[in-house]
Design a protein around this ligand. Structure first.
Ligand SMILES: C[S@@+](CC[C@H](N)C(=O)[O-])C[C@H]1O[C@@H](n2cnc3c(N)ncnc32)[C@H](O)[C@@H]1O
Length: 338
């Protein structure tokens, strides 16, 4: 686990500088399960323990709200597979195939998963990819996923906050995130993740994610957009189609949003298999507003201009010349006043 070459895909969460193995004597192994990684600039150190690179240490997540969520996800980690991965077969069958179809062919692709959890999707695709980096802030969930992976898998598990970039720019072909956006506590957190995704993707790269939909059912039953689950207290947010699109378009030129996992009331009574009906209903405008999830496909990443880009260099040159000119003029002025 943690193939050493994956360090080239990652960056220090503090200053975005590159990472390298620290205190290593002799030939570095291709796979690392215990080591210390150091930032080339700020020299902060991060441990690799049981094959998981812990980029949340020595810092914490970005704010108190996220820290609270992290704590709740850590507590619930042990129940996730029985409750969701194995406990929701029909809903999973309505959700996972359309998500994987949207992701497309992963062969030969360098893939990043944001919020992998216990690997409900990671385990289905990681072995088919060229390289797979899976990020989550819950160390307990990563530990569960780690046990499901083959020892020689080309997979790295990283403990980090998905709203703060920790990857090298333009280094991933595909980014996947299933049911994580809904768990982020504010619009700022969600947009932080979208911005990171745009920076991490190659120009031809794609970002595919799912998140809860504030659809027809919620409106009919008056279900709140923003709330906490009564059982674990975890935060969850339901987005409308327009809202999620507005949050993604600053970072991607092409954004498509569609409802999936359409649960049609009374389907069983009609004798139609619910998974088949969901697939058909996804295609019917109006009826698809009953979809529980939104599937988002974003292409053509837009990155903010970088310091030192050509136009800024010209501007800097002009400013420098103007300052020099003003300096010479002031010197002459002072000399002539003497
Ligand atoms: C609903 S689970 C989805 C897990 C997995 N993607 C799946 O589809 O089964 C949400 C996941 O997001 C993770 N998560 C929530 N907020 C996060 C954050 N700010 N940074 C990293 N992971 C986060 C949680 O730990 C949890 O594993």
């Amino acid at each position: 686990m943690n193939p050493r070459r994956h360090l080239l895909l990652l960056r220090c969460p503090f200053d975005q500088a590159s990472l390298r193995l620290a205190h290593f004597r002799g030939k570095e192994p291709e796979r690392i399960s215990t080591a210390v990684v150091q930032c080339a600039d700020c020299k902060r150190e991060y441990p690799i323990e049981h094959g998981v690179l812990r980029l949340l240490e020595p810092s914490a997540v970005r704010d108190a709200m996220s820290a609270r969520e992290q704590e709740l996800w850590e507590k619930g980690a042990g129940e996730y597979d029985s409750r969701v991965t194995h406990g929701r077969q029909t809903l999973n069958a309505m959700e996972i195939p359309p998500t994987l179809r949207a992701l497309g062919d992963v062969k030969d692709k360098v893939v990043l998963e944001l919020g992998c959890g216990t690997g409900r999707l990671s385990t289905l695709i990681a072995s088919a990819c060229r390289e797979y980096v899976a990020v989550d802030f819950s160390i307990n969930e990563l530990a569960i996923l780690s046990k499901k992976l083959k020892p020689d898998a080309r997979v790295s598990l990283v403990q980090a906050d998905v709203t703060q970039p920790i990857s090298a720019p333009r280094s991933f072909d595909l980014i996947l995130s299933s049911q994580v956006v809904q768990a982020l506590p504010t619009r700022d957190h969600r947009m932080g993740m979208f911005r990171w995704a745009a920076e991490a993707l190659t120009d031809a790269g794609r970002f595919v994610f799912t998140t809860y939909h504030h659809g027809l059912r919620n409106r009919l039953f008056g279900i709140a957009q923003s709330a906490r689950y009564t059982h674990e207290g975890i935060y969850r947010y339901y987005s409308t189609m327009d809202e999620i699109k507005r949050e993604v378009v600053p970072y991607f030129d092409s954004v498509q949003v569609r409802p999936i996992q359409v649960v049609v009331p009374g389907a069983e009574r009609l004798g139609i298999p619910p998974v088949v009906l969901s697939r058909v209903a996804e295609l019917i405008p109006g009826l698809n507003q009953l979809g529980i999830l939104l599937l988002v496909e974003a292409r053509r990443p837009v990155r903010p201009p970088k310091e030192g880009s050509p136009s800024m260099a010209v501007e800097d040159g002009i400013t420098l010349l103007r300052r020099r000119f003003e300096g010479v003029r002031d010197k002459h002025r002072i000399a002539s006043q003497r």
